[in-house]
Design a protein around this ligand. Structure first.
Ligand code: NAP
Length: 342
């Protein structure tokens, strides 16, 4: 039987209304009122409290076949969100519970209960389940420990190092005994944060000069592991600096997500042969088997104070697209979150 509290008749949801060419603009999106309905049997109605804006969503705005289907035009967009259950027609989930689910970009989400995971706001702030305790956190953990086969004593370079995934990669490596951790980011303030609060051994601002030169200066003896969030000149520089039998995790290529032409590089791929490098892609969805150890480790490191975590919070669903575009431009430190106040 359905149990519910007050259900509004409508709520706002972001729709993709045009497929962006190059950088998206505000005109590609529309915030529209849509009906809110009682949950069907086996489903729940959630009032979203926080939603995630992530780089992969840019790819979903293109009409291309990928590992995740494109957003449909004139339909609500979706993505990670955490909210409070306000009506339930499902066993085991009650009004007042908090859940993590995949129907963000809207104020109210009617969700199949099997696609919602209960989360505990007394253990960690609810938004953490979209970042450090969620998809980006698991990406960093799996990409470093599984894909890159990180081992104690490795020298690690990570790009996008002040972002959600990158800031965790560098800190995980330090905690697990890296000999040296180097990060790159797009502002001097972020560089100071990396070598200060996050404990990296060295960091540089990729906008201040060629990446290859700056990486060589920061890691004169080379690197064992590269965690790539950026692609392009970062990947080329890392291939140049990787030692024999080095490993790279290819996690993202944000430098080219808004490009309209194919990227030029890396131009030095032949080095992979002589150095016997391993370059391997990672998709977080392949690593859900690590979920339990990941949460145990990360919750422990947070409790002990070994791990630092930042969020950039933008208030209001009406600012969702601005937050997404700001994240692509580097306006976030740590995880970009949109919180709903209404
Ligand atoms: P994020 O790093 O928190 O935010 C994106 C950051 O990218 C921005 O803050 C910006 O920081 C940087 N950036 C933007 N344009 C850039 C450019 N041209 N060159 C260098 N840096 C640029 O995002 P995230 O969620 O942690 O994701 C990081 C990467 O991991 C992305 O490539 C994403 O697609 C990927 N990812 C992959 C998986 C997977 O399963 N494979 C899962 C999650 C994320 P600056 O100020 O430093 O420029």
């Amino acid at each position: 039987m359905s149990v519910s509290t007050q259900i509004p008749t409508t709520g706002r949801a972001w729709h993709l209304v045009a497929r962006p060419q190059g950088w998206p603009t505000a005109a590609d999106f529309a915030l529209r009122e849509v009906p809110v309905t009682e949950p069907a049997p086996g489903r729940i109605l959630v009032r979203n409290l926080h939603m995630s804006v992530d780089p992969y969503m840019r790819g979903r705005m293109n009409d291309v076949k990928s590992y995740i289907p494109p957003f449909q035009l004139d339909q609500p967009m979706d993505g990670g969100a955490v909210g409070e259950v306000i009506a339930s027609a499902a066993e085991g989930i009650n009004v007042g519970d908090h859940v993590l689910h995949g129907l963000g970009w809207r104020e109210y989400a009617e969700v199949e209960a099997a696609h919602a995971t209960k989360v505990d706001g007394s253990l960690a702030p609810l938004s953490y389940y979209l970042g450090i305790l969620g998809m980006p956190g698991l990406t960093a953990y799996a990409g470093l420990f599984e894909t890159a086969s990180f081992k104690e004593g490795d020298a690690v370079f990570v790009s996008g190092a002040a972002g959600a995934v990158g800031s965790l990669v560098g800190q995980f490596a330090k905690i697990k005994g890296a000999s040296r951790v180097i990060g790159s980011a797009g502002s001097d303030e972020k560089v100071a944060l990396l070598t200060g609060k996050y404990g990296f051994d060295a960091a540089f601002n990729y906008k201040n000069g060629p990446v290859a030169q700056q990486l060589k200066a920061a890691a004169p003896e080379g690197i064992d592991v590269y965690f790539d969030n950026v692609g392009g000149d970062h990947l080329e520089a890392a291939i140049g600096s990787l030692k024999v039998h080095g490993r790279a995790t290819l996690c993202g290529a944000i430098a080219q997500y808004n490009d309209t032409e194919p990227p030029a590089g890396p131009r030095n791929l032949a080095l992979v042969i002589g150095k016997r490098l391993r370059l391997q892609g990672v998709l977080v969805g392949d690593h859900t088997g690590l979920q339990q150890t990941f949460v145990q480790d990360v919750a422990g490191w947070l409790r002990s104070g070994e791990l630092q975590y930042d969020e950039t919070v933008v208030e209001g669903i009406e600012n969702g697209v601005a937050a997404f575009l700001g994240m692509l431009r580097g306006e976030n430190t740590g995880k970009m979150i949109v919180s709903f106040t209404r």
